[in-house]
Design a protein around this ligand. Structure first.
Ligand code: SF4
Ligand code: SF4
Length: 122
């Protein structure tokens, strides 16, 4: 489990003003952000090829790829800033983690995405 980002205290801005400076929910182990067919259609072939990975064995699920302990789509080119490089076409798994949601608050408390995402997918 990733542990290199520090927790962030308190609730974030409900409109997402704190997200780029936070990025905790985009830090997670491999095969965490699962993509549905609708996500794949929204992303298009170039993003799928560059930033996602398809399982080699059944059930052949597709996930966002990882760069170490974080999502491969996270832009870490500026220190302390964590914008999503594909924000407009990000998957539904990412969209359910709204600022202030249980998964968001857990991610801020842990420094990375935790188990609450499993409940929000249902
Ligand atoms: S953990 Fe919450 S505040 Fe941080 S980037 Fe994710 S949604 Fe935004
Ligand atoms: S696709 Fe974007 S929003 Fe989703 S985990 Fe990756 S960097 Fe974060």
């Amino acid at each position: 489990m990733p542990r290199n980002l520090s927790p962030i205290a308190g609730e974030p801005d409900p409109d997402g003003a704190d997200c780029v400076g936070c990025g905790r929910c985009c830090h997670h182990p491999r095969e965490t952000v699962h993509l549905l067919e609708s996500d794949e259609a929204r992303m298009g072939p170039e993003v799928l090829r560059r930033l996602t990975v398809l399982q080699e064995k059944p059930p052949f699920m597709r996930f966002m790829n990882n760069d170490g302990h974080r999502c491969a789509a996270l832009d870490v080119s500026v220190l302390g800033q964590f914008p999503c490089a594909i924000y407009a076409v990000r998957g539904d798994d990412c969209r359910v983690v709204e600022p202030g949601s249980p998964a968001c608050l857990e991610a801020r408390a842990l420094g990375h995405l935790g188990g609450s995402i499993e409940y929000q997918r249902r």
